[in-house]
Write a protein that binds this ligand. Structure first.
Ligand code: GLU
Ligand code: MG
Length: 446
């Protein structure tokens, strides 16, 4: 192998910063960051050949136990190397998955790369603002509780007393994220006890997914250091709002002009924006599987009440201007996809959104969406007819993905098949589990 002098230079620069190891990080099909530590001197190999992992031991690779394609190679992207403030001596780099010397069709980052390329072929770039909501919890004797026992307000949105009590952790998170190049916009207490939201500047789609993985690694590490746990479960507590991962999306053309916005247009959108939204609404059921992919996700996507009014999670397929009760909220010429939650693989969720949006752009003959200017929770409470519902549980969502052949083909048949197989297994385990609720309801018979 010919040594790349630029990589040798990089090794020198990282060594001078005290780095001894590279964390070669990829993402498995369920969205978890995975990887291994490799001594810095192997950086040339990591870039050209990749870090080797046993393919079948990773969720959803579809790789066999033996032969040339049994090894998952994570080829690192040297420009993504960043020294981790919370892991002394370690620099993290993002990997693209390869097997048998070819890009791996089940690697979710490769899947998103393909969709980004489809946009680029039309001179388009998708920008994504990711809004992570999460809980800070403590695990005691198998029970999960708010990390801060005093965080008990009935209406806890923007609670400054809890924010102040968590200032040590939040300050360390701020410093960590800043050192990692995040441009922070705000940190606040969300609508449930122990729930927080961190907002940072948007990125191009692939970079947004890479950054979200780095966000999770950072918040998990900082929380652990402060003796608490980051919880990205969509609905940890039945009585309180859950955590979403809203995605603000917009498109620019080759000149950098925002092509989805039109302040005078319906919903503040241009024809392109409306057609893209149409694609998302048309494929919404299948997209729900990719955006809200766990059993628990559907306990969030339900119309239940909280002290502040509602769960604020979408239930019906709809689009409205600055309407948080809809699946798609339009704001400032952007689309906010409100279905996704932190348990998703963001690469796959975004790949699905792009594939669906492009289908909308290609179907100029589809009627334009109707703007919803009502509070849908209110409408539902009054017993009025509602727009069609999103899937009610993971099984329905998976059926919808299976049934939506055009979307599956556009996203990638192999990755969708693996996703469906892993997630059907998850559903089947859940369906066979006997919960304490069932014991309470049925133990003594009818
Ligand atoms: N936590 C809500 C959700 O599950 C969203 C609240 C908000 O609009 O920020 O989607
Ligand atoms: Mg929020």
């Amino acid at each position: 192998m010919v040594r790349n002098p630029e990589i040798d230079e990089l090794i020198g620069a990282l060594r001078a910063q005290g780095v001894h190891s590279v964390l070669a990080q990829f993402t498995d099909i369920v969205g978890a960051p995975k990887g291994k530590l490799v001594p810095l001197e192997h950086l040339q190999d990591l870039v050209h050949i990749g870090a080797g992992f046993s393919g079948p031991s990773i969720w959803g690779t579809g790789l066999p136990r033996m032969g040339v394609r049994s090894e998952y190679y994570g080829r690192i992207l040297s420009h993504t190397l960043q020294v981790l403030p919370f892991w002394p001596g370690v620099a993290r780099a993002i990997c693209n998955g390869f097997a048998g010397g070819e890009p791996l069709e089940t690697c979710s980052r490769q899947v998103l790369r393909r969709q980004v390329q489809r946009l680029r072929d039309r001179g388009l770039t998708l920008w994504v603002g990711v809004e992570p909501e999460f809980f800070l919890l403590r695990e005691q004797g198998g029970q999960w509780q708010p990390a801060d026992a005093q965080d008990q307000l009935d209406k806890p949105s923007y609670d400054l007393q809890s924010l102040y009590r968590q200032r040590g952790l939040l300050e360390e998170l701020r410093v960590t994220l800043k050192a990692l190049g995040f441009v922070l916009q705000q940190i606040d207490h969300e609508d449930a006890n122990a729930q927080y939201e961190v907002n940072y500047k948007h990125d191009e789609a692939l970079a947004a997914a890479d950054r979200f993985q780095l966000f999770k690694l950072s918040v998990q590490a900082v929380a652990q250091k402060h003796g608490v746990r980051y919880c990205g479960m969509p609905k940890p507590f039945a009585h309180a709002p859950g955590s979403g991962l809203h995605l603000h999306v917009s498109l620019t053309d080759v000149t950098g002009r925002a092509v989805m916005a039109n302040p005078e247009g319906l919903l503040g959108l241009s024809e392109t924006g409306l057609r893209f939204a149409n694609g998302l609404l048309t494929h919404a059921d299948a997209l729900t599987a990719l955006s809200a992919p766990t059993v628990n996700s559907y306990k969030r996507l339900a119309s239940t009440r909280s002290a502040s009014g509602t769960t604020w999670a979408p239930v019906w397929k709809s689009i409205g201007y600055n309407n948080r009760t809809c699946t798609l909220r339009t704001v400032a010429g952007r689309l906010e996809w409100r279905v996704s939650d932190p348990s998703c693989n963001l690469y796959l969720a975004l790949a699905g959104l792009i594939a669906a949006g492009l289908d909308g752009l290609d179907h100029g003959d589809w009627p334009l969406p109707q703007a919803c200017d009502e509070d849908l929770y209110e409408r539902h409470a009054q017993g009025l007819p509602m727009p069609p519902r999103l899937p009610r549980d993971l099984a329905q969502a998976l059926d919808a993905l299976e049934a939506d052949a055009p979307l599956r083909v556009a996203v990638g048949t192999a990755v969708c098949q693996e996703f469906l197989s892993v997630k059907r297994q998850e559903w089947s385990q859940y369906a066979q589990h006997i919960s304490s609720w069932e014991w309470q309801q049925y133990a003594t018979g009818a």
